[in-house]
Design a protein. Structure first.
Length: 253
């Protein structure tokens, strides 16, 4: 699928980090972009800066997503590209200081990272199925997993479970949507220079970068966007999770 003015896109978590980078890439290529994010102030600022549309959406709420998608479709037309970057990553162990993991925190992580991703993907695919085919595609969905979905560290049990769920859902979702000519892929990033990490002290950033094999640095969010563009444009990529991690394998802690 080409990326241009005829391929409307929606990006969740587009107010910052990986989502903002991929939204900027799509806008640079001419695609009409709707940023779906729960953060209204930063979402509007990011959207205005790149000439995108901001739609406030809580990905864990079906009606909130449906309303946001409807606004995007009324403005740009039915999306052909859906990229899910919304997520959170709180740290908590299964048992810590004699107390079990807070179940409400576990549920929040699963609800946003896994259920929220599926909620948006499912609703977006339902609309994409009515698109006229462009070549072999009616639509492309890219979900964001994580290397933690394969080798989660201590304190990442909820986060790793949520990202492992995205990894496990990739192939069956692609199979579900095959007859509609909608492709489904996932990207599993390693350690990226998103605002959450760049706000840390430089020595912490350097120690994290040192764990990456080659190139020995934090990933650039634009590299995530570049891979997303390649996925969109390559019609034979489907049902697969691609690690984007500089050969990183996460240590125990």
């Amino acid at each position: 699928m080409k990326i241009d003015s005829t391929t409307p896109a929606v990006v969740t978590g587009g107010a910052s980090g990986l989502g903002a980078s991929v939204a900027a890439m799509l806008r640079h290529r001419g695609a009409p972009v709707a940023i779906l994010d729960v953060s209204e102030d930063s979402g509007k600022a990011t959207a205005n800066a790149m000439g995108a549309l901001f739609c406030r959406a809580d990905v864990t709420r079906s009606q909130s997503v449906a309303s946001a998608l409807q606004v995007a479709r009324d403005t740009h037309g039915q999306e052909r590209i859906c990229i899910n970057c919304a997520g959170i990553a709180p740290a908590a162990k299964t048992v810590s200081r004699g107390l079990p993991h807070d179940l409400a925190l576990w549920s929040q992580v699963i609800d946003i990272n896994l259920t929220g991703t599926f909620n948006v993907a499912s609703q977006s695919a339902c609309g994409m199925a009515n698109n006229l085919a462009e070549g072999e595609d009616r639509g492309v969905i890219i979900n964001t997993a994580s290397v933690a979905g394969y080798e989660g560290q201590m304190g990442q049990v909820a986060y790793a479970a949520s990202k492992g769920g995205i990894i496990g859902a990739t192939l069956p979702m692609a199979r579900d949507l095959a007859k509609a000519n909608i492709r489904v892929m996932a990207i599993a990033p390693g350690i990226f220079a998103t605002p959450m990490l760049t706000a840390m002290p430089q020595d912490v950033q350097d120690s994290l970068a040192a764990t990456v094999v080659n190139p020995q640095r934090l990933g650039d969010p634009d590299e995530y966007a570049s891979l997303a563009a390649s996925i969109i444009e390559n019609p034979y990529l489907n049902g697969t999770v691609i690690r984007l991690d500089g050969a990183l394998r996460m240590a125990v802690r």
